[in-house]
Design a protein around this ligand. Sequence first.
Ligand code: ZN
Length: 426
Amino acid sequence: MGLTLFKNVLVFDGTGSDPFPGEVSVQGNRVQSVAKGKDQIPTDGATVVDGGGATIMPGLCEAHGHISYNDCAKLSEIGDIPPEEHTLLTAYNAKLLLGMGFTSVYSAASSKPRLEVAVRDEINSGRIPGPRFKAASPEIVSTGGLGDERQYHMHHESVGMIADGPDEIRKLVRLMVRERVDTIKINISGDNFTETCRAEMLSYTDEEVGAAAEVAHSRGVWLACHARSDDSVRLALKHNFRVIYHADFITNETIDMVEAKKDEIFLAPAVGAIYATAYEASEWGITPEIADKVMDLPRKLEHTERVYREMRKRGVRVLPGGDYGFAWTPMGTNSRDLEHFVKMFGYTPAEVLMAATKWGGEIMGMGDELGLLKTGYLADMIMIDGDPVKDITLFQNKDNILMVMKDGEYFVEPRPGRAKVHQKAA
Ligand SMILES: [Zn+2]
């Protein structure tokens, strides 16, 4: 885009500082300048956008995306979607998230090997709209682990890809590298959604996790894991995983080990799905009693809260987002995680917004040019009706998202009324 100047806006620059009244200009696909106060950036030759007092900020990052989920009540339903329909659904979800202000998505697993790779490449070609996107492998799981939806004598497709033993795992990771995923996802622990491999059980041995790490590190792809139990997080740390999801049941000693590697790793609790499954899924048969007595979720939430209050104090890069795309956490409602961080983990709104923007750029591997409103940074920006530092729930209502820009191009044009676009200023 040509030179565009956003005036009359509150600027949240992504560093975690409070928003300030100011101006932002964009030239091409980069932020040209950010200024405090009024009439600081010359309007000559610029298209001026009057923000009407709205907040302009870097786009959000969903750090644990599953854009091939279909708002199902059971994980097994996802395996039954044919590839053609599934690809279109995945593309639809990518567009949906962009419209909700997520200009970046780091995937926490695809549901079929090539779904996300294909959608990522189409987004990058410019043929379909979507966030910047890091495509993942399906969850690599052991037989009977989280994501193994198969059953003897029956034919069910699974969302996971099953591999047992170091050799099978090596082959599968190599296969996923060949198909050009950005990140490998492996389920080191189980989950309470899986009767045969619960959250505090290991689904893989040290040797098996080491085999995945050996291939991923030697081929230069990123590694992420589902790891709820203490020993699963220890394995992830030992084998130099870059992204650790959940880490609910870890001890203080393991928190110390995470802190010692805090410049190398990212965490995301993906707490939204657990919270909603515990308290808001009765309509789908998960009454609070089942969530407690069968799934043990309230206890899990207590652990999550303890761990992430501590992580916050220690400055570990913990990012919001995760596991949206179930019936009770429908795709597009992902920004509710921002509220969970504030209410459950004690983050200030500015802190969680910094995690979703600055650290979002870092988890995308683009921290030197993405996630801040700063001269030279990529123009991935949104405009919000109101001040999100005063009300972190604003992102949950699409009507409040007044503008979405990715790579200097509007996906949502600045909304008239609150943000008036004037052509070439005199
Ligand atoms: Zn997940």
